[in-house]
Design a protein around this ligand. Structure first.
Ligand code: S0N
Length: 271
C-alpha cells in the first residue's frame, strides 16, 4: 500500500503527494464528482502549487470513489451565465483550469475510473495522458442538458480523435466504453481497476526518469502547434528561460549594469 502524504486541506478536493507525484482528487463522490465553482477554485490553487513546487514532477488528476472520474459541472449550481459561486457570481472557471493543465510545464495524467462525462470528460481530454480502468465510461452531454464546450472540449477533442468522431461524440451524446475510448485514441491505456493506481504511478515514474526540461519543451511544442499565439508564447517563454541560462544573455545584462558595451564576440556561434 502506497503512502500518499497530504499537501493541503481543501473542502472539495484532496491533494496529496507521493515521490514526485502530486495527486488532485475531486472529492464529491455523492454527486459523481461533479464540480462546483469552489471545487474548480481549489483545483486551480492546487495546480498553481504544482507549478511552483520543484518537488512535483508529475500531476495526477482523478475522482474519489469507484463511480466517477467527474460528471462535469454540478447542475445544482448552474444559473444564467455560469455556475454560481458562494457570492452569487456565475462562473465558468473550469475553463481557467483547462488552460492551467495545458500550460503546466509538467506532465498531467488523468486517472479515470467510472464516468468521465460532460465537463468532466473535457478535463481528461486536456490532460496529457489518460489512463482508464476497464469500467470507465466517456461522453459529452452538453446538447442534452443545455450546455456545450466549443473550446478545448471540441477543437482539441477533434485533434485527439479526429473531426468525424468528435462530431459524433457531441452530436449524439452517447456514452463510450473504455475499450471504445482506447480504439479511438481517446485514452492511452486501459487496465483492470485494481491496477489503475499502480499503472499510473509506473507511468509517472517512467516520465520522472526522463529529462524534465525535454518533456517540458515537447509539451510546449505540441501545444504551440494548436494554441496559436498563446501556444507560441508558452514555447517562446521556455526558450527565453533557456536563453537566460547562457553566458550570452548574462553578458548583455551585466554590461548594461556595468555601463559598458556588451562583448558578445567570444561567445560560441553555432551553425
Ligand atoms: C454521470 C452519470 C451518467 C452517472 O449516472 P448514475 O451512476 O446512474 O448516477 P446518478 O444517479 O445519475 O447520479 C448520482 C447522483 O449524482 C448526481 N449528479 C450526477 N451528475 C451530476 C451533475 N453533473 N450535477 C449535479 N448532480 C449530479 C445525481 O443527480 C444523483 O443525485 P441524487 O442521488 O440526489 O439523485 C449521470 O449522473 C449523469 O448523466 N450526470 C450528468 C452529467 C452531465 O450532464 N454533465 C454535464 C454538466 N455540464 C457540464 O459539465 C458543463 C461544464 C462547464 O462548466 C462548461 C465548461 C466550458 C464551457 C461551457 C460549460 C458549460 O456550462 O456547459
Amino acid at each position: 500500500m502506497r503512502q500518499w502524504t497530504k499537501i493541503k486541506d481543501y473542502e472539495e478536493i484532496l491533494f496529496d503527494f507521493y515521490e514526485g507525484i502530486a495527486r488532485i482528487t475531486i472529492n464529491r463522490p455523492r454527486y459523481r464528482n461533479a464540480f462546483t465553482p469552489l471545487t474548480v477554485a481549489e483545483m486551480s490553487d492546487a495546480l498553481y502549487y504544482c507549478r511552483e513546487c520543484a518537488d512535483v514532477r508529475v500531476v495526477v488528476l482523478t475522482g474519489a470513489g469507484d463511480k466517477a472520474f467527474c460528471a462535469g459541472g454540478d447542475m445544482n449550481y448552474k444559473g444564467r451565465g455560469g455556475y454560481v459561486d458562494g457570492k452569487g457570481v456565475p462562473r465558468l472557471n473550469v475553463l481557467d483550469v483547462q488552460k492551467q493543465i495545458r500550460s503546466l510545464p509538467k506532465p498531467v495524467i488523468a486517472m479515470v475510473n467510472g464516468f468521465a462525462i460532460g465537463g468532466g470528460h473535457v478535463l481528461h481530454v486536456v490532460c496529457d495522458l489518460s489512463i482508464a480502468s476497464e469500467s470507465a465510461i466517456f461522453g459529452q452531454t452538453g446538447p442534452k442538458v443545455g450546455s456545450f464546450d466549443a473550446g478545448f472540449g471540441s477543437s482539441y477533442l477533434a485533434r485527439v480523435v479526429g473531426q468525424k468522431k468528435a462530431r459524433e461524440i457531441w452530436f449524439l451524446c452517447r456514452q463510450y466504453s473504455a475499450k471504445e475510448a482506447l480504439e479511438m485514441g481517446l485514452v492511452n491505456t486501459v487496465v483492470p481497476v485494481e491496477e489503475l493506481e499502480n499503472t499510473t504511478v509506473e507511468w509517472a515514474q517512467r516520465m520522472m526518469e526522463l529529462s524534465p526540461l525535454a518533456l517540458r519543451m515537447i509539451k510546449a511544442g505540441l501545444n504551440a502547434e494548436l494554441d496559436g499565439q498563446a501556444g507560441i508564447q508558452e514555447l517562446a517563454g521556455d526558450a527565453t528561460m533557456l536563453y537566460y541560462m547562457t553566458d550570452e544573455a548574462q553578458e548583455g545584462g551585466k554590461a548594461f549594469l556595468e555601463k559598458r558595451k556588451p562583448n558578445f564576440s567570444k561567445l560560441n556561434n553555432l551553425p
